[in-house]
Ligand binder design. Structure first.
Ligand code: FAD
Ligand code: SF4
Length: 350
């Protein structure tokens, strides 16, 4: 096979796939719908990443530079695939502007969509300007403005971070855990404490899932070093007494109702399936799983296969994933895509 590998999506997974293809001396064509590469960490302006503490613009920006400057990679930004026809070794993708791309194989690295907190109206988002999302806090920190209440610009004395907003919530059809938001929230809490030592930060949780090695640095570190307070609670609503926001619910450890005043409330939003997935599923002829993420054909044999031969998938397109796992999956998908039809053992076993 000698045609390029077509990669859709220029986030961490797609950038990793493009780099792996190029490093093997093969051609890649990268199609990104936004006008710049980098995926959520760059497009949404994340601050310092978990677990490396590097600024997103440096860490993921470096991945962008490595791909954008590579002679083996052709990049189309502001572009989307309108049709995708053919068979492995002879696929043709047509972009919306009419450009056609011939490819041997394709990798979908089309990522996720941030949960929109307007779908959780009882927790005050969209009603009170000082109820914000973790993405907005990331942007406040990465822009250098520090932590400020949007309503009047004051530095908050008290901040509540509410976990599992748009995750683990069957009432709104999202039963999955978004995996990274406990750790991201602990990280944000520590950053707020560092930027504004006078600000008290409380994290309201059902369970804490600072998984793997994150437990020591983020769960314990945020409490022991940064003095962040954790409250196990069921939150019913976020209202206002006219001066401050009120977080109301039940402290589930002592089984008592709570109504606690805060200056700012942060929703730790989850990772929804990409809103484009129905279209992507239809254009590329791949199946989605029951949650609406792109389905993986097998978990172990070749982790990157979709239901359509020659079309692979990587990163948070498959479900909530961290950046490092998305990068690993991008590289794995690149190897699977390049080996496809070459008699690789995994393919021969099918
Ligand atoms: C608030 C928040 C903070 C986070 N912080 C961290 C952290 O510190 N550390 C960590 O490990 N993880 C973090 N994550 C998770 C992280 O965002 C994901 O792991 C990562 O973005 C996944 O990379 P990806 O390439 O799979 O998807 P994405 O980053 O979503 O990239 C997908 C790309 O595909 C493009 N695309 C989508 N649809 C199409 C289409 N139809 N055609 C063409 N292009 C398309 C998108 O524009 C995007 O550029 C955080 C998540 C949230 C919500
Ligand atoms: S990682 Fe934490 S905040 Fe995110 S959905 Fe899972 S339990 Fe909730």
């Amino acid at each position: 096979m000698t045609k390029p590998v077509l990669i859709i999506g220029g986030g961490p997974a797609g950038l990793s796939a493009a780099h792996a293809v190029a490093a093997a001396g093969r051609k890649a064509v990268l199609v990104e719908k936004e006008d710049r590469l980098g995926g959520a960490p760059i497009l949404q302006g994340y601050a310092k990443l978990v677990p490396s503490h590097e600024w997103a613009k440096d860490a993921i920006g470096g991945m962008v530079d490595r791909v954008a400057g590579n002679a083996n990679v052709t990049v189309h930004t502001g572009a989307q695939v309108q049709s995708f026809d053919g068979t492995p070794g002879a696929f043709t993708a047509t972009l919306k502007d009419g450009t056609t791309i011939d490819a041997d194989t394709a990798i979908l690295a089309t990522g996720f969509t941030h949960f929109d907190s307007l779908n959780k109206p009882e927790w005050g988002f969209g009603t009170y300007p000082d109820v914000v999302s973790t993405v907005q806090v990331e942007q406040m920190i990465s822009s250098g403005q520090g932590i400020r209440c949007p309503s009047d610009g004051r530095v908050p004395d008290r901040v509540a971070i509410l976990l599992c907003v748009g995750s683990r919530d069957r009432q709104i059809g999202r039963e999955w855990c978004s995996k990274i938001c406990c750790t991201v929230s602990a990280n944000i809490a520590m950053e707020i404490r560092e930027l504004s030592p006078k600000t008290n930060v409380y994290i309201y949780y059902m369970d804490i899932r600072t998984f793997g090695l994150y437990e020591g640095e983020y769960y314990w570190g945020s409490q022991e070093e940064a003095k962040v307070k954790y409250v196990k609670a069921r939150i019913a609503e976020v209202t206002s007494d006219g001066k401050r926001l009120l977080v109301k619910g039940e402290d589930t450890l002592v089984k008592r109702p709570i109504a606690i005043p805060f200056d700012m409330v942060v929703h730790a939003i989850g990772m929804d399936p990409n809103v484009d997935n129905m279209t992507l599923g239809s254009v590329f002829g791949v199946e989605l799983n029951k949650y609406g993420y792109i389905d993986k054909k097998s978990t172990y044999v070749t982790m990157a296969e979709t239901s359509r031969p020659g079309v692979f998938v990587a990163g948070s397109a498959t479900g909530p994933e961290t950046i490092d796992d998305s990068i690993a999956q991008g590289a794995a998908a690149a190897i699977a895509a390049m080996n496809f039809g070459a008699g690789a053992p995994a393919q021969a076993a099918e």
